[in-house]
Design a protein around this ligand. Structure first.
Ligand SMILES: Nc1ccn([C@@H]2O[C@H](COP(=O)(O)OP(=O)(O)OP(=O)(O)O)[C@@H](O)[C@H]2O)c(=O)n1
Ligand SMILES: C[C@](O)(CO)[C@H](O)COP(=O)(O)O
Length: 242
C-alpha cells in the first residue's frame, strides 16, 4: 500500500471562535471610560484587538462582552471600523463576562470546535501567537496558554508583606491571552468549576484537564496602567512584531 502523507490541520483550517472580554472599567488606567474604548493612535483598544484576531487568519467569529451600558455603542464602533463581531453584555467580573459570551457562542455556533478567550486589553498580540495557540488546540491539546519566562525573582508573602518563600522561578511562567480550548472542555469547566478564576485555564485546571503552553510575546502585554499605554504607542510605531 502506498504510504499516505500525514494529515495535519493548519490554524487557517480550524476557523476558531474568539471571545473577547471587554467589559472592564479600566480603573487602574483611570481614563473614566471603559478601558476597551480608550484610543491608541485614534483607534479603540477593542478595535485593535478584534482586528488582530480577524487578521490572524484562523478566527471565524468574534463575540465581544461589552459593559452592559455600552453594548449598542460597541457594536457600532466595530461596524464603523469594518469589523464583524457579535456583542453581548458582560458581567460583574471577567469570569462572568466570559461565561455570558460562551453561552452565546454555544447558542449561535453549536459546531464551534475551538474557542479562544482573548483580553481586549492585550490589543497588540502578534498574529503568530494567535495562530500557534489555535494550532496547538487543533493538534489535540484541550487547553493551551501562551506564556513568557519570569524575568524577576518572585517572593511569596503573607498579608503583612513578610516574605514566606522564594519559589524557583525556572518553574514559573507569566500567562497571556489568547487562551485556546477545545469548546467542550471550556464549556464543561465553566459548568463544573468554581465561580471565578483569574484566567480561563484556571477553571480547566480545576476540573483536572491538563493545560499546555506555547511561547507568548512581549507585545501581548496586558495594558493596565498609563505606563502600559505608552508602551502600546511604541509597539504601534515599531510595526510588525519581531
Ligand atoms: N467585569 C469585567 C472585568 C474585566 N473584563 C475584561 O477582562 C480583561 C482583563 O481585565 P483587566 O485588564 O483587569 O481590565 P479592567 O477590569 O478593565 O481593569 P481594572 O481592574 O483596572 O479596572 C479586559 O479586557 C477587561 O475588559 C470583562 O470583560 N469584564
Ligand atoms: C487572563 C489574564 O490576562 C492572564 O494573565 C489575567 O489573569 C487577567 O487578570 P485581570 O486581573 O482580570 O486583569
Amino acid at each position: 500500500m502506498t504510504p499516505q502523507p500525514e494529515r495535519t490541520t493548519t490554524p487557517e483550517q480550524v476557523n476558531a471562535v474568539a471571545i473577547v472580554p471587554a467589559a472592564g472599567r479600566g480603573e487602574r488606567l483611570g481614563f473614566g471610560v471603559p478601558k476597551a474604548l480608550v484610543p491608541v493612535r485614534g483607534t479603540a483598544l477593542l478595535t485593535h484587538a478584534v482586528r488582530g484576531l480577524l487578521d490572524a487568519g484562523c478566527v471565524r467569529h468574534v463575540v465581544v462582552a461589552a459593559p452592559p451600558t455600552e453594548v449598542e455603542g460597541t457594536a457600532e464602533l466595530l461596524r464603523a471600523a469594518g469589523l464583524t463581531a457579535a456583542v453581548v453584555a458582560g458581567g460583574a467580573d471577567r469570569t462572568d463576562s466570559v461565561r455570558r459570551a460562551l453561552r452565546h457562542v454555544v447558542e449561535i455556533i453549536p459546531d464551534a470546535r475551538v474557542v479562544l478567550v482573548h483580553d481586549a486589553a492585550r490589543a497588540f498580540t502578534p498574529g503568530a501567537v494567535i495562530r500557534s495557540v489555535v494550532a496547538a488546540v487543533a493538534a489535540g491539546a484541550p487547553a493551551v496558554v501562551p506564556v513568557l519566562p519570569v524575568a524577576d525573582t518572585v517572593k511569596q508573602v503573607d498579608p503583612a508583606g513578610t516574605v514566606l518563600a522564594t519559589p524557583d522561578r525556572a518553574a514559573l511562567r507569566v500567562v497571556q491571552t489568547p487562551q485556546g480550548f477545545d469548546t467542550a472542555t471550556l464549556t464543561r469547566a465553566y459548568a463544573e468549576a468554581g465561580d471565578s478564576a483569574t484566567d480561563d485555564a484556571g477553571l480547566v485546571e480545576q476540573i483536572g484537564v491538563p493545560v499546555a503552553t506555547v511561547p507568548g510575546h512581549h507585545y501581548a502585554m496586558k495594558i493596565t496602567t498609563p505606563f502600559d499605554l505608552a508602551i502600546a504607542e511604541f509597539i504601534l510605531s515599531a510595526g510588525e512584531a519581531p
